[in-house]
Write a protein that binds this ligand. Structure first.
Ligand code: GLC
Length: 466
């Protein structure tokens, strides 16, 4: 509903300011986020509370990182979003480094993300078979499986799916070992000879691939369709596991932060976050992730623009637009819109897709909305990262800690501002940590090959990677 003409201009401007300010976070608020995330992480690690804790802090049974000492040829399967990849990776001597022999990307049709486990895994195995044939790979190669969803690891090659996240929802897989589902699909295609030797999360793949090149890397961060982080934790701090010696990689599944009954993100979740959550595939879930990652940032911007239009603050006089059709405003548009500095050509061409006006003031407001949403996303991600870093620093009892962060994901690598805001905010929130960001390209995929290589010939009977 448009506002009245008499008080119109001022009221509309005030409303625009109010909406933009909902996305503004003070340093104090970011500190509060850090404290609450820290509490949730401790709950996920504690023997008494982990079963109820949304931030699951999943043990991976990976107890050391590669540091350039593997060789041989491996296959990797990377499943976690709308696309999945099959890779053949050959490792040479440490000085030769990694040699990506080949990789192919396949799109997962939307209907398969809601189908049955058998249909999904049969499709994946069909694609692997196509890849092996295209690449003329005849010898049986060990396969590392990157599976970027929350699963409980009960051995290096066993992962019980806890729940689906992002765009996936295939109920018959929940509670099952996804490696077993993959193996059964391999068996159904009788001619394939593949041995699945390890399952890892994409954060772990990213960490592995970066640590292979930089031994100071002990954190793996993903900011793409979803967001998550893993890090090397001291065994003595993992209360829910027996043993006090050494370290183990923990997959935090921090995307679920905000789900607990105490609603730790309640003060910053606003009306647009709530609406976007209600429209999502998994309402009430992955609250932190929905404010940070690519899956829904476009939708969030779309909801704000629709609201501004309804209030007469933007696109006035345009009735036949296409902005309210579900799922159209893609997160990649934020990158394009925010990289437009002078002539606003990107903004105009995106708005034209929605039959919307290209008036300069409208374009500028769209840019401001995108900037506010992105800035908050990057700051929240930084608050999360600073929490993990501070926890690691404390555990090491260091006044000053140097750490490399392996990072992967489209928002981090493709967005023109996200990485800079993330990096600046981390420095501000964790000043005693000197961080170096290492962008891992394809690491979530070839990290699985690395993990497969680390299981080595002694694989049978091994339950941990040391
Ligand atoms: C989701 C998944 C998590 C994954 C992340 C990034 O949060 O639950 O396992 O690491 O997306 O892909």
């Amino acid at each position: 509903m448009a506002m009245t003409m008499s008080s119109g201009v001022t009221t509309v401007h005030l409303e625009v300011d109010r909406i933009l300010s909902l996305f503004h976070l003070s340093k104090e608020q970011l500190h509060t986020v850090m404290c609450r995330l820290r509490e949730e992480m401790e709950r996920g690690l504690s023997r008494d509370t982990y079963e109820e804790a949304p931030v699951r802090m999943l043990p991976t049974f990976i107890r050391s990182l590669p540091a350039g000492r593997v060789n041989g040829s491996f296959l990797a399967l990377d499943l976690g979003g709308t696309n999945f990849r099959v890779l053949r990776v050959k490792f040479g001597s440490p000085c030769e480094g990694v040699n990506h022999v080949a990789s192919e990307t396949y799109r997962i049709p939307n209907e398969l993300m809601q189908a049955s486990g058998q249909q999904l895994f049969d499709y994946i195995v069909d694609c692997i078979a196509g890849f092996l044939s295209n690449q003329s790979i005849k010898e049986p190669l060990p396969l590392g499986f990157t599976f970027s969803f929350p699963y409980k690891q009960i051995g290096l090659d066993q992962g019980i799916l806890l729940n689906w996240t992002k765009g996936f929802n295939i109920p018959d897989c929940v509670g099952k070992d996804v490696v077993q589902l993959l193996r059964e699909a391999i068996q159904r295609r009788q001619e394939l000879d593949l041995e699945v030797v390890v399952i890892i999360n994409d954060t772990v793949g990213t960490l592995m691939s970066c640590a292979y090149e930089d031994p100071n890397c002990e954190v793996g961060l993903i900011v793409g369709t979803g967001t998550n982080i893993c890090y090397m934790e001291q065994m003595r701090n993992i209360d829910k596991l027996d043993g006090n010696d050494g370290v183990m990689c923990i997959n935090t599944e921090w995307g679920a932060f905000g789900e607990s009954v105490k609603r730790p993100l309640m003060d910053i979740v606003n009306e647009f976050d709530k609406l976007t959550d209600e429209q999502s595939q998994h309402p009430g879930k992955q609250i932190f992730e929905k404010m940070i990652s690519g899956l829904l940032l476009g939708r969030l911007v779309q909801n704000i623009l629709l609201n501004l239009k309804e209030k007469g603050a933007i696109f006035s006089g345009i009735e036949q637009h296409r902005l309210d059709l579900h799922g159209l405003f893609e997160t990649k548009y934020l990158s394009l819109i925010e990289s437009d500095t002078g002539d606003l050509l990107h903004v105009k061409s995106i708005l034209e897709k929605f039959n919307l006006s290209c008036r300069t003031e409208d374009c500028r407001l769209v840019q401001k909305v995108c900037e506010a949403v992105t800035r908050r996303a990057a700051q929240l991600c930084a608050a999360g990262l600073a929490t993990v870093l501070e926890k690691m620093r404390e555990a090491r009892q260091q006044d000053h800690m140097m750490m490399t962060i392996g990072v992967e994901g489209s928002l981090y690598s493709l967005h023109p501002q996200f990485s800079r805001i993330l990096e600046d905010t981390v420095k501000d929130l964790a000043p005693k940590c000197e961080v170096n960001f290492r962008h891992s390209k394809d690491g979530s995929g070839w990290g699985a090959a690395l993990a497969a290589a680390m299981t080595g010939a002694k694989y049978h009977g091994n339950t941990e990677i040391f």
